[in-house]
Design a binder for this molecule. Structure first.
Ligand code: GSH
Length: 204
């Protein structure tokens, strides 16, 4: 199996952590989506990374579908629980984490634009509000627990950790740690896991 992606993409990071947690071997191919020679559009009509190209040349995207695919391989640990209620809650955490990342990617991209090309003044607070409300919900739902959902590590923890790690890299001035001490402790715990350490994107 080969995974097309770049170290800067938080969605690729999420998939790479999942590969590590499942102990599944894979080839990681550096493939910037904007480079027409990267092959990304050939495998994903949407031209986005990550893309998983299986040994039978089947192509899988986006990150949530890839993780679900990987979760069927190997026995433990199960990243997405079997039971309906648990599965839905873990996927809700994923939606929250990915949603925070979506807004952070948009803001970070906009901040790198020349001022004449930047979004309007109303646009920015709207994206920021999604991040703030998303973090507040995560903080509340995590409470004092060790894992985002249930008593074991799941995809909920991966997506939460990726969102927090990505905020640190892409929007370092946000300083969310003091406002959300539970999330801050969880980010610390997650950063000590081998899967997070072995795949940590390089600093910008
Ligand atoms: N929902 C998708 C998002 C993927 C995504 O937006 N990837 C970005 C890189 S961070 C990308 O490939 N952008 C190129 C483009 O939109 O043309 C997922 O979870 O895989």
């Amino acid at each position: 199996m080969k995974l097309l992606g770049t170290p800067a993409s938080p969605y690729v990071w999420k998939v790479r952590i999942s590969f590590e947690e499942k102990h599944i071997p894979y080839d990681y191919v550096f493939a910037p989506p904007a480079d027409p020679n990267s092959g990304v559009s050939q495998y994903n009509p949407l031209g986005k990374i990550p893309v998983l190209v299986c040994n039978d040349e089947k192509c899988i995207y986006d990150s949530s579908v890839i993780v679900e695919y990987l979760d069927e391989f190997g026995s433990t640990p199960k990243l997405i629980p079997e039971s309906f209620e648990d599965r839905i809650q873990v996927k809700r955490w994923q939606a929250l984490g990915d949603g925070i990342v979506d807004s952070a990617v948009l803001i970070s991209r906009d901040q790198r634009q020349p001022s004449a090309m930047r979004q309007s003044a109303e646009w920015y607070p709207n994206q920021q509000k999604k991040i703030d409300a998303g973090l507040a919900t995560m903080e509340r739902d995590l409470g004092c627990r060790t894992f985002c959902h249930g008593n074991t590590f799941t995809l909920a923890d991966i997506t939460c950790g990726v969102a927090l790690g990505y905020l640190d890299r892409a929007l370092p001035n946000l300083e969310w740690q003091n406002l959300f001490p539970g999330l801050s402790r969880h980010a610390e715990r997650l950063s000590e896991r081998a899967s997070f350490r072995n795949t940590l994107p390089p600093p910008r």
